[in-house]
Design a protein around this ligand. Structure first.
Ligand code: R5P
Length: 291
């Protein structure tokens, strides 16, 4: 097996390869003056299983083209199998035609992956209307999760935690982390009006006086879900507020807003950022070892 990092996979690919003690390389990537991508493997790949690592954030379209060029080339050059590891996978929201004329982007991206890869592994995908990756991809597709690592982090660093999920869908992370830790949890309700306008509601009261309250969610993007949740938790007497997420997108000054609201933010390293204190490479390495 040969682990090959694409442009946005280096921060995790190298760590996973070290853990597995397997061969590691970085895809050579360049851009022509007109913005076209150029990729090249600088090593022999014939008869190897090639594991491409790419986290699809920021220049998502380039990230997609890179892996397609690389996967197809690896097959042409005789790779035994080509596998994609995606610490963060994009387009999961657009899984239906909400308005007339829209693209169902997720299906189109999934068909591309089906065509060029033999298997895909995704860290904590936020699935909306489809509950399993198998309903989205035709190739082998498996969900990996950072929940156990998040629970471990809380156990080591936060005393007497109460876990809060900020919306209905967050139970997959918040509830699961609370169950591992065997601590109290509550899932809130959220209504989103626009990217920056959300309202969060608590259905059943909970006493948070003197408690260390940890909001656990998969994604923090604008931070407004967490900010609205924090307002409620403060009113309920929370002593200290933490937010732990898997994918720290932190768009448009989100981290500053959270800091101002005196929320301690921690994320995993699926998307590199300065709050990434939980390394998910062990989950990827274990999966590759067992697959
Ligand atoms: C969506 O349901 C996700 O789990 C997050 O709650 C959401 O992406 C957070 O977005 P924002 O930080 O922009 O409120």
């Amino acid at each position: 097996m040969l682990i090959v990092s694409c442009s946005h996979g280096r921060h995790i690919g190298s760590l996973a390869a070290k853990k597995l003690n397997c061969r590691y390389s970085e895809l050579h990537i360049n851009k022509f003056p007109d913005d076209e991508l150029y990729i090249r493997f600088n090593f022999l790949i014939k008869n190897h299983t090639i594991v491409l690592v790419q986290s699809f954030y920021k220049n998502i379209s380039d990230c997609i083209i890179e892996v397609i060029l690389a996967a197809r080339t690896a097959h042409e050059l005789g790779a035994r199998k080509v596998v994609l590891i995606a610490p963060y996978f994009p387009y999961l929201r657009q899984d239906k035609r909400f308005h007339k004329g829209e693209a169902i982007s997720l299906n189109i991206i999934a068909r591309l992956m089906d065509k060029y890869f033999d298997a895909v592994y995704i860290m904590d995908p936020h699935l909306h209307r489809k509950s399993k990756l198998e309903q989205i991809f035709k190739i082998k597709a498996k969900k990996l999760t950072a929940n156990a690592l998040i629970a471990e982090y809380i156990k080591r660093h936060i005393k007497n935690p109460v876990i809060i999920g900020p919306d209905e869908e967050s139970y997959k992370w918040a509830r699961s982390v609370a169950e591992i830790l065997k601590v109290e949890s509550r899932i809130l309700r959220k209504k989103r009006y626009s990217s920056y306008h959300v309202k969060v509601k608590l259905n059943k009261k909970i006493n948070l006086k003197y408690k260390n309250v940890v909001i656990v969610d998969d994604i923090v993007s604008t931070g407004h879900t967490i900010l609205e949740t924090a307002k409620i938790l403060k009113k309920l007497g929370a002593k200290k507020l933490y937010c732990i997420c898997v994918h720290g997108i932190f768009a448009n000054g989100a981290l500053n807003k959270l800091k101002k609201a005196r929320i301690s933010v921690i994320s995993t390293n699926t998307i590199p950022n300065k709050m990434a204190k939980i390394d998910v490479s062990s989950v990827i390495a274990t999966e590759l070892k067992n697959s």
